[in-house]
Ligand binder design. Sequence first.
Ligand SMILES: Cc1ncc(COP(=O)(O)O)c(C=O)c1O
Length: 374
Amino acid sequence: MNGTGNPVSHIRPALIEAPDKVDPPTRLALEHKGLEVQNIIAMGLNESCYPPSPKIIEAMQQNLSLVNRYPDAQCPHLTDIVSERTGIDRNCIVWGNGSEELIKGAIDLSLSPGQGLVLPVPTFWGYKSMVASFEANVAEVEMLPDGQTNIDGILGAIHNDTRIVFLITPNNPSGLMVDQAGLDEIVHGVPENVLLCVDEAYFDFGLHAGGPNVLETLKQRNAPWITIFTFSKAYAMAGMRIGYALCSDAKLAQALQKTTCVFNVPILAQFAGEAALLDTEYLDFILDQTANGRDQLFIGLKDLGLEPYPSVTNFVSTPVPMNGRDCLKAMLDKGVQINAWADPGYENHIRITVGTESDTETCLATLKKVLNSA
Ligand SMILES: Cc1ncc(COP(=O)(O)O)c(C=O)c1O
């Protein structure tokens, strides 16, 4: 307690009021709670059910002894590869400790307290706490009844004080992506003085499913934009914490870089990331397998009489005739970890990450039992 009698006057009020940091039920967290994780099928966190490429593992093993050294602050080797592949100037590429650090950075660089941010919802739960801590004036734009992102709603929510607009495509938890027409509308409709930030965490899956190339569309925008990618999903590297952002111009990239810590990307993550980008064969394997697994899950959910969203990602969501959290709990008790949507209004929605063929079979059989006994 200080002289003012206020025990928390050293903490920004916005952080006290912000929702508590979510503690995701990772495998290790479940183990710490005493659950026998070797008997639990993990289909809750949109991780890859496949291990990283053997080349990624080899690259990390070969460099384990280097961890007494700081990593390269700017990830120069990775930057070379991404710049060559995307045609984006090296000075416009920024690396992050997972894509989440860069999403947070985009808010940090653009917003002063009270200024406006437009966010389509429901979306990745991480946005809620990030947005709250920046004291943003948030305009949430509800998805359309079929789960599609409400593009007209997003454009209509932009006001004089709006500084940043988010587009998440494909989106989590719907699993749906914005089509080329929607993309054109938003890329050209967001005003020139507003930063358009696209979250492409599930980019590889969307492209594999025949979706539009967001970057090529963004290149036509004569106004600021950032698009953000991760190695957590299609490269099976969620535990390594590495992602990157492509920016419309070097000044914007420089500002984004200033929001990050100096040595934000671990040295092993950089070696792993290089190996991942070069092993395109393994990426294709994961994308093909995931598409097959997604079909199996989607059809299986339909066979249970449910109406799943036609996802293009590594997860499928569906309404169920019971509370989603109760469903999650009953599934976990029976050894399958899934997830439930967190947003109000969607209490009967669950989300299931694509698993191996046998995991998905077990998951569907377990869900059938849970729904039958509800
Ligand atoms: C839409 C979306 N964006 C960003 C992230 C954060 O990913 P990471 O920080 O692991 O790169 C996630 C994680 O699930 C997500 O679903």
